[in-house]
Design a protein around this ligand. Sequence first.
Ligand code: ITT
Length: 173
Amino acid sequence: MHVAVGSTNPVKQRAVERVLEEFEGSVVSVSVDSGVSEQPSSVEETVTGARNRAQRALEATDAGYGVGLEGGVTRFECAPGVRLIMWACVTDGERLEVASGPSLRLPDSIGARLDAGEELGPVMDDRLGTDNIAEAAGAAGALTGGLTSRTQALAEAVACAFGPFVTTHYESD
Ligand SMILES: O=P(O)(O)OP(=O)(O)OP(=O)(O)OC[C@H]1O[C@@H](n2cnc3c(O)ncnc32)[C@H](O)[C@@H]1O
């Protein structure tokens, strides 16, 4: 399986490699434009970013699959606070599938800065005294005391988006 990931963030490449480790092939990273804002602020915008990245990664390479991963922040009516969300998209040029990873509540002090228009990565670094945490444990790692990580959280989204490509259960869809 030859896969192109539409990002040069090593965390995103590692997430895809983790999911596909039982398959022979390669995972390459390619820089593409997400086509959405630096900090997506709705489910729709986050999914659009993931989709654009997947399609553009596929077009830019000779890989068989393009994968896009996008992080966003939003509020849900049914749950408190500003939440980090993450979505994955996988396409082979014909079928296009999207799936989400976990969502987690951000501390209110961070949520307020996001509401004011700041971007999560730099706000997390400022708040935690870290250097580019978005390319390391991520908010998912920092805010759970290491119970999970951004790699693991993104991998869940990637695995779910790959489901229709690696099982027969969606064949008649
Ligand atoms: O290089 P790219 O692929 O753009 O990777 P990114 O991590 O910068 O970009 P995303 O579009 O996935 O995320 C949008 C913003 O949200 C931030 N972000 C997303 N998930 C995060 C996490 O787990 N921890 C810290 N920042 C995160 C990220 O740093 C960006 O500022």
